[in-house]
Design a protein around this ligand. Sequence first.
Ligand SMILES: CC(C)=CCC/C(C)=C/CC/C(C)=C/CC/C(C)=C/CC/C(C)=C/CC/C(C)=C/CC/C(C)=C/COP(=O)(O)OP(=O)(O)O
Ligand SMILES: O=P(O)(O)OC[C@@H](O)CO
Ligand SMILES: [Mg+2]
Length: 258
Amino acid sequence: MPDSFVVYNSAEREAGCGRGASMLEERMKHWRHAFKLDPNRALPDRALEEVCTSGTDAVIVGGTDGITYENSRRLIERISAYPVECVQEISDAEAVVPGVSGYLLPVVLNAGSVEWVLGAQQRAIKRYGDWIPWDMVAVLGYVVMNPASKVARRTGSQTRIDAEDVKAYARMAERMFRIPAVYVEYSGTYGDEKIVRAAREGTDRSHLFYGGGIAGETEARTMAKWADTVVVGNLVYRNVAAALETVHQAKEAKGGSE
Ligand SMILES: CC(C)=CCC/C(C)=C/CC/C(C)=C/CC/C(C)=C/CC/C(C)=C/CC/C(C)=C/CC/C(C)=C/COP(=O)(O)OP(=O)(O)O
Ligand SMILES: O=P(O)(O)OC[C@@H](O)CO
Ligand SMILES: [Mg+2]
C-alpha cells in the first residue's frame, strides 16, 4: 500500500455504513453528465483542460485493461489542477490512488463468474480493510450489453439478454442488494434505447447510469431521457469538440428520475 494513504479516523470510516447513503452517493444523485477517462490512453493537456472545464458533473478515471497505479495517479494528478469532481473507478485493486473525492466500485450483475460479482471485491476489502473510507464509496451494479467490449470479454458477461432481463437485474440491484446505482454499459457501441428504458422501469431509487457509443448531441439527449447520468468515454479521444457538446445536451434533457 502506498505510504501516502490518508489515515481515516473511526468516525469517518464508519460514516455511511448502515446509515443511509454515503456522501459520494448523495453527490452522485446530481450528476447528469460524466466523462470517463482512461489512464491507459494519452490525452493532450489542451483536451484535458477542455474536458475538466466543460461543465460536466464529474470525471471518472477508469478502464478495463492496462490500468496501473502509476498511470492512474498521473492522470488523477493532472485532473486535480481543475475544480471538477474526480472519482476513481476501481477495476484493479493494485491501482487504488489516494486523494480523489470518491471511489466507484463495480459489480457486474450479468458476469459469467462470481469472480466479478464478489471475488475481486472480497479480496480487495480483505486487503484494504479498515482503510476504506466508506463515505467516499459508491457501488455500481453493471449490466454489460456489448459482447465485443473488453469489459464483456474480461468478465464473461451474459449479453444475450432482453429488456425484461435487464429490468429484473435493475430491480434485483435495487431491492435485493440495495445497490445505489445501476450502470447499463454498452462500452464502445451505442445501445438500445428500449434496454435503457427497461432499466429505468426497474429502478425507483437507484441512480441509473448509461454509457456506450455516445457520438454527439443526439445520442446524449436520447439516453438522458431515461438515464440519470450519461457517461461519455471514447468520444473524448476521437473528437473532443463533439464530446464537449454532449454536456449541455445531457444536462438540459428532461428525463432520468425527474
Ligand atoms: C485509503 C484509501 C484511499 C483506500 C481506498 C480503499 C478502496 C476504495 C478500496 C477498494 C475496495 C474494493 C472493493 C475494490 C474493488 C476491487 C475490484 C478489482 C473489483 C472488480 C471490479 C470489476 C468488476 C472489474 C471488471 C471490469 C469493469 C467492470 C471495469 C469498470 C470500468 C469499465 C466498464 C470501463 C470500460 O472499459 P472498456 O470500455 O471495456 O475498455 P477500455 O478500457 O478500453 O475503454
Ligand atoms: O467509451 P464509451 O463507448 O463512450 O463508453 C463509456 C463508458 O460507459 C465506458 O465504461
Ligand atoms: Mg474506455
